[in-house]
Design a protein around this ligand. Structure first.
Ligand code: HEC
Ligand code: HEC
Length: 299
């Protein structure tokens, strides 16, 4: 009742619950094998990679892999929104103190991506599909998000894949140019240089990795429900074509948008304390915050 009264005085949009993610079509969920060992992770054609700006995950260490269907290529005609062929799989493993806790899977199905997590057993022999998520995994502080929650971040860009992209792979062992030379990309890639000096690059890269999948100006529109979809259109995304015009440097502090102080404030709190990201952050990223602060103070 109280929230109804509060809402009556506000713009209607602000009253829409922010965490109303679509439920998963059961047919899509059935595409996920029950065990991680059945997903193809150990196939010889599966390759490890590392994004240059990782997402903060409460201090967990992470490993990542990708597998394309044989002979298939990634359509990179839009340099900032790579489209992956049906059958593509990407995995991300989370470990704490040397113990594997969770391995997440992105699978490109015919109609849309499937996002699911597998929880490791105590004996560390295999991991089992867990669409409903879990807390305090294997006695640690680590939580596994429910499969519906993955959408809050991964549906925020047209690619759906957030860390295997031009911006994220430039300068790594699987650089866009190397991928093109090996026949993984359809189009010769541009240079994905991040603008500015070292401090600026580090801060923009951090915001790109940790914030831009929700705060960008190309987030695909949703219906009535908001699945962690911010209403304001400021922008943390580093893009090739328009990076000089529309990235964080130009939209933060613009009239009606948050200031750099607001950004530091949100980055310095956990999700539960009203910080950002609004989900999946239980521990503040001290190094990340220092990176942002160094950049803001030098401005
Ligand atoms: C708070 C936002 C957020 C949530 C929630 C989230 N992810 Fe991600 N995920 C990311 C970002 C950002 C990356 C890329 C950066 C990295 O790998 O560190 C990523 C990377 C991945 C990757 C590697 C492929 C890629 O897109 O780069 C997989 C697989 C993955 N996530 C699966 C999942 C699954 C499954 C869930 C739900 C159980 C989930 N994620 C929930 C933000 C999120
Ligand atoms: C999972 C999606 C998601 C991610 C990732 C995310 N945000 Fe947000 N953000 C939101 C939503 C939804 C709101 C609006 C709800 C609210 O104000 O709490 C918001 C609001 C904000 C606001 C207040 C905006 C305003 O209109 O005044 C700031 C500032 C902000 N985010 C900064 C960040 C920063 C910095 C990061 C990365 C460290 C980040 N966000 C990551 C979804 C996200």
């Amino acid at each position: 009742m109280r929230s109804l009264l509060v809402c009556a005085g506000l713009v209607l949009a602000a009253c829409r619950p922010v965490a109303e993610c679509p439920s998963l079509p059961p047919a899509r969920l059935e595409l996920a094998p029950r065990l991680l060992s059945e997903t193809g992770l150990n196939d010889p054609s599966t390759r490890a990679y590392e994004p240059r700006f990782p997402l903060w995950s409460d201090g967990a260490s992470k490993r990542r892999w990708i597998r394309l269907p044989p002979g298939a290529r990634i359509d990179n005609a839009d340099p900032d929104a790579w489209q992956f062929p049906v059958g593509t799989k990407l995995w991300k493993e989370f470990a704490l103190d040397g113990k594997r806790l969770e391995t997440r899977l992105l699978l490109r199905a015919e109609d849309e991506w499937l996002f699911v997590a597998y929880a490791w057993n105590d004996a560390q022999t295999d991991a089992e599909l867990l669409p409903e998520g879990a807390t305090a995994v294997l006695g640690t502080r680590h939580s596994i998000p429910a499969a519906t929650q993955c959408q809050g971040c991964h549906l925020g860009t047209a690619s759906r894949v957030l860390g295997f992209s031009g911006v994220q792979l430039e300068g790594t062992t699987l650089s866009p140019q190397k991928l093109f030379d090996e026949g993984w990309l359809t189009t010769a890639p541009p240079s994905y240089q991040v603008p500015g000096d070292a401090k600026t690059q580090a801060a923009l890269g951090y915001l790109h990795a940790n914030c831009s999948h929700c705060h960008n100006q190309t987030r695909p529109p949703e219906g009535e429900a908001r699945c962690w979809n911010p209403e304001r259109r400021f922008d943390f995304q580093v893009r090739v074509a328009t990076q000089a015009q529309t990235n964080a440097l130009n939209t933060i502090g613009a009239p009606g948008n948050p200031s750099w102080r607001d950004v530091l404030d949100r980055a310095g709190r956990t999700s539960a304390q009203g910080g950002m990201p609004p989900l999946a952050k239980d521990v503040v990223d001290a190094d990340g915050l220092a990176t942002l602060r160094a950049f803001v103070e030098a401005r």
